[in-house]
Design a protein around this ligand. Structure first.
Ligand code: BG6
Length: 492
């Protein structure tokens, strides 16, 4: 057997994540011949359906969400590996039956006892399932590996995250815990380190001597849709900042690791989180803006405000938008502001990192110019994937104007085009045992330490929500946050 052989056990086999992401990812992994020969998927669900009915349902959703068109031969190859196992995982005794079933499948598939337990369920069930795996002794087998994959949010604050982590550590070792942050699977996020450490022109100016500020924006046109129940307990801080944004920030700012080993990279990321400036009451007052969308118009159609969404209380104080400024207090970044913003129901869906370089002295060409176009390096995460660089040249038509010009490698790709979607990469890495693109516990812990302060501040302060219209780019204060520093958000 090769050591990728395994049974992938999905808790939440009939859920949204499985339908929209995991099954399409598995399909594309088969297409790319990246799944091992000895492999099976066991989808666990509570719904009363036959295996045939289950496969019919996931066929439809895979067809809808896969980045490649479904070829029936490839689908057939995948579907033969999939099994539906009906089981209510809140019933602890049922885990023994599951264990026997998986052992039986080992015989059929030659998976060799290796397991991936994927928790694609609501976070309230994380502990229950881990406990079930513990009492049925499923997590440890001689001569085989067992890995736990856990979706976000990992806890709802520092305390609950620590608690959850210690429960999991009773059953799995840190090495076998894969805390998913699907942003880390995205092509451009992985490219951050490549751009920085494979190009002397970038790395040599990647510091406070040349950079004026860095902006990280993850903006979405989408509202909360059917996820009101989850989202109202999360808000943008837990949903996007504590994980995706903090991860991006640490990759943009980290020092070169001594090698590309998982722990070397994670250690450098962790140092960045430790270097984030202290969060004092003054910091919170001056540098953080929360928002919540009211009714508005998206793509020409009227949409309701957050408080009118399904399963959202009509007086909800949950933030659907955050903008903030922070500093990383180390030698490389002292004095350089990092601006962050994320929100739902904004006028544009776009994820990008903008590195703005310092202005030229107002001497030669910029002598009489109030404002000059700065050099910008934009890392586009989506929907356009790639890099663009803005610099100044002479305007060829007017012969004397200085105009900004763009060099652009990005291309439009609504589902990240031909680049493997995040979940494909992540599932493949889990099977290979490579946890570089997953969060280590101390990173999660540090991210909560940061996020907790902001969440508490929002909860303790009277909000004037809603404070931005759906379809706008967020509350006025978010623009003021920039304007008072003489800067602006780059809409790229
Ligand atoms: C998820 C959040 O983690 O990321 C969602 O829970 C958000 O609220 C999503 O919409 C954004 O991811 P992507 O890949 O669509 O940018």
């Amino acid at each position: 057997k090769d050591n990728l052989s395994a049974i992938l056990v999905i808790f939440g086999g009939t859920g949204d994540l499985t339908n929209r992401k995991l099954m399409p990812a598995l399909y594309n992994l088969v297409l790319d011949k990246l799944l091992p020969e000895h492999f099976a998927v066991v989808s666990i669900g509570r719904q009363d359906k036959t295996e045939e009915e289950y496969k019919k349902d996931i066929y439809e959703s895979t067809k809808k969400h896969s980045r490649n068109k479904i070829d029936d031969t490839i689908w057939d190859e995948l579907q033969r590996k999939i099994h539906y196992y009906r089981f209510d995982f809140t019933n602890a005794e049922g885990f023994i039956g599951l264990k026997d079933y998986l052992d039986m499948l080992d015989g059929q598939t030659g998976a060799g006892g290796n397991r991936v337990f994927y928790l694609a369920v609501a976070p309230v069930y994380f502990e229950t399932i881990v406990h079930g795996l513990q009492i049925s002794d499923m997590a440890s087998k001689p001569d085989a590996w067992s890995r736990l994959v856990i979706e976000k949010p990992f806890g709802k604050d520092l305390k609950t995250a620590r608690n959850l982590n210690s429960k999991i550590l009773e059953v799995f070792s840190e090495r076998d815990i894969y805390r998913i942050d699907h942003y880390l699977g995205k092509e451009m996020i992985q490219n951050i380190m490549v751009l920085r450490f494979c190009n002397s022109i970038f790395e040599s100016i990647w510091n406070n001597k040349f950079i004026d500020n860095i902006q990280i924006s993850l903006t979405e046109e989408l509202g909360v849709g059917a996820r009101g129940d989850y989202y109202d307990h999360a808000g943008a801080m837990r949903d996007m900042v504590q994980n995706h944004i903090i991860q991006i920030l640490s990759l943009v700012a980290l020092e070169p690791p001594i090698n590309l080993k998982t722990d070397s990279i994670r250690t450098e990321k962790q140092k960045i989180l430790e270097a984030i400036e202290d969060i004092t009451p003054e910091f919170l007052r001056d540098n953080v803006v929360f928002g919540q969308y009211g009714p508005g118009v998206i793509d020409g159609s009227p949409v309701v405000g957050y408080r009118e969404e399904l399963n959202v209380p009509e007086d909800s104080g949950t933030e659907t938008f955050v903008a903030l400024k922070l500093h990383i207090n180390n030698f490389r970044w002292a004095g350089i502001p990092f601006y962050i913003r994320t929100g739902k129901r904004l006028g544009q869906s776009s994820s990008n990192i903008v590195v703005q370089f310092k202005d030229m002295p107002k001497i030669l060409y910029f002598k009489d110019k109030e404002i000059q176009d700065p050099n910008l390096l934009v890392l586009r995460i989506q929907p356009n994937v790639g890099v663009y660089f803005q610099f100044n040249t002479k305007d060829f038509s007017s012969h004397h104007e200085i105009v900004p010009t763009k060099m652009d490698t990005s291309y439009f790709s609504p589902t990240q085009g031909n680049t493997p979607e995040a979940y494909e990469r992540l599932i493949h890495d889990i099977l290979r045992g490579d946890s570089t693109l997953f969060s280590r516990w101390d990173e999660v812990e540090a991210a909560w330490m940061f996020a907790d302060h902001l969440i508490q501040y929002r909860e303790q302060n009277e909000s004037t929500f809603p404070n931005y219209a759906a379809g706008s780019m967020g509350p006025e204060e978010a623009f003021e946050l920039m304007a008072k520093d003489g800067r602006k958000w780059w809409q790229v």
